[in-house]
Every structure is written in C-alpha cells, then in structure tokens.
Design a protein around this ligand. Structure first.
Ligand code: NAP
Length: 266
C-alpha cells in the first residue's frame, strides 16, 4: 500500500483526487491538508460516511504524524513551491498538479529532490488526451510552422496562460526552432489583443468563463488550409488515471520528472 497525503483536499481537484484515492486498492489515504474545512472528516466533506481522516491545516505536522510516502498537491500557485519543499524535506515524494510555479522554484525543487534522492512528479496536465495533443502538435509543426494556441478554462483559474499551454508552446518550439511568424509591422489597437507572446514567437490566447473545465486548441495555418488539434477535459475525472499513475511511479523515481508524458510514452 502506498500511503498518500492530499494537499488542497477541499478544492475542486483535491476532492476528485480524494475520491480516486479512496477507490484505489493499492493506495491508502493517510492524511488530508487544506486551509478550508479544517477538522472535518474527508468522507463527511464528500457527503458520505466518515473515513477516519480529518483535514489538517499544518502540512509539516500532518506529514510527520501520518507516515505519508507521497504528497499530492492541488493548491494554489502561491503555495505550491513551499508545500513541495516541505514534503521533500520530510522525506515525502511530491506529485504536483498545481500550475503556475516559476522557473526559479522549479530549479530549486529539482536541486532539492536530487540532493535528497527523492522522486517528484510535476505535471501541468494529467489528462492523457492533453498529452497526445502536445505529441501530435510536435508532429504537425514539422509541416505547419505557423501556429497559435487558444486555451479555455473556468473563471476561477488563478494563472494565465495555463501550464498546459506553456508546455505545448515549449514542445512546439523545440521542434520548430527559429521561425518568423506573422507580420512584423502588426499593430495592436487594444493591448494584448493578439494574446501573450512566448519567447520564440508563439501566441497564446486565454479565455476564462464559467462552464468550461480545461480546453485547448492548437491551430496550424498554411496556404488555403488550417489544421486544429483540440482537447477538452469535460470533467475533472479525466485527470485521475494520470494522477494515480504518477503516485505509483514516483515511488521508484529519483529527482524531478516534469510532465506525465515522460512516464507514459516510450
Ligand atoms: P481550488 O478549487 O481553488 O482548490 C485549491 C484548494 O487548496 C483550496 O481549498 C485552497 O483553499 C487550498 N489551499 C490553498 N493554499 C493552500 C495551502 N498552502 N495548503 C493547503 N491548502 C491550500 O483549485 P483547483 O481548481 O482544485 O485547482 C488547483 C490547482 O490545480 C490549480 O493550480 C489548477 O491550475 C491545477 N490543475 C491542474 C491540473 C493538472 O492536470 N495538472 C488539472 C486541473 C487543475 P483557498 O480556496 O482558501 O485558497
């Protein structure tokens, strides 16, 4: 049995992870952390029978008392780096879904995980369909170098653009290399109307509206034709097989693996 703590358990993703962990035969929930619903049993929070794990606000204490081997984090961009460092220092392997971490934080976490020889999985997107979208986009860009990304999320999302959009652009840039896209003399009449521009020139457009979960289109254009690769997470359940795969895999890893694709594609 892998003993797992869930940080951010009261949130939208945290509750979904909680249900998936409670259903898994080889994973045991040993601790639950959040700043919301402190003191409440997690089963009662879901509206079902108590399961004997109450929500704690103190991550370091919860990890130390519970004997957790893995910490799953779905919290906030402002909290995630500290949570991950706290887990690593407690000898606990992080599986991180929270997006919006800075490059400096990623570097620091990577060095800490290497030093402590602990596995850590950081994945901007746990949905297999989203990973395939990125893989197919890397293939398409060989033939269609002109590309823009539109990502759409619910209006409670804190960071923009999404971690998935940044990762898609980075993956495309790896294959595309230097390329001058669009009209150099283009003028924006309204600031940012052409979206955010990644180093390397790819534009990302972020839509935030109630009703969306997590959606992305990668649009390639060429003379007389366009090609759109699109992925839609219509329910947060879409992320759970990937989260469970990462929990199992992180037990045998050393150092940071950034991106679930590195665990599931050959
Ligand atoms: P959410 O509903 O706001 O849930 C986050 C929860 O964590 C809230 O209950 C929040 O409390 C709590 N929290 C904040 N700081 C904390 C801390 N230091 N310690 C413990 N708990 C803390 O957010 P969500 O929709 O679940 O999304 C969470 C993250 O996952 C976001 O970054 C989102 O982009 C990401 N995400 C990733 C994937 C993926 O596949 N990787 C998929 C979907 C979402 P307060 O509300 O009081 O802050």
């Amino acid at each position: 049995m892998i003993k797992v703590a869930i940080c951010g358990v009261s949130g939208r993703m945290g509750q979904e992870v909680l249900k998936a962990v409670l259903r898994a035969d080889d994973i045991e929930l040993c601790s639950a952390i959040d700043v919301q619903n402190v003191g409440q049993d997690v089963g009662s929070m879901l509206g079902s029978e108590p399961v004997g794990v109450t929500i704690s606000a103190d991550l370091a204490e919860a990890l130390a008392l519970s004997g957790a081997q893995v910490m799953v984090d779905f919290t906030r961009p402002q909290s995630v780096a500290d949570n991950v460092k706290t887990a690593l220092r407690a000898g606990v392997r992080p599986v991180v879904g929270t997006t919006g971490m800075s490059a400096e934080d990623l570097q620091e976490i990577s060095e800490l995980a290497d030093k402590l020889r602990l596995g850590c999985v950081i994945a901007p997107n746990f949905a297999i369909g989203a990973l395939l979208m990125i893989k197919f986009a890397q293939e398409a860009v060989k033939y269609f170098p002109n590309v823009e990304i539109i990502e759409k999320h619910h209006d409670q999302k804190l960071d923009a653009p999404s971690g998935t959009a940044i990762k898609t652009a980075e993956a495309i840039l790896q294959r595309r290399g230097d390329f001058q896209q669009g009209l150099a003399a283009e003028e924006e009449k309204i600031e940012c109307s052409r979206g955010g521009r990644m180093p390397g020139g790819i534009r990302i457009h972020s839509v935030r509206l109630p009703g969306f979960v997590a959606h992305q289109e990668v649009i390639f254009g060429d003379v007389g034709q366009t090609l759109t690769i699109r992925h839609d997470s219509i329910s947060r359940e879409s992320f759970m097989p990937g989260v469970l795969t990462a929990i199992r895999a992180v037990m045998r890893l050393e150092g940071v693996v950034y991106g679930l694709e590195n665990l599931i594609f050959e």
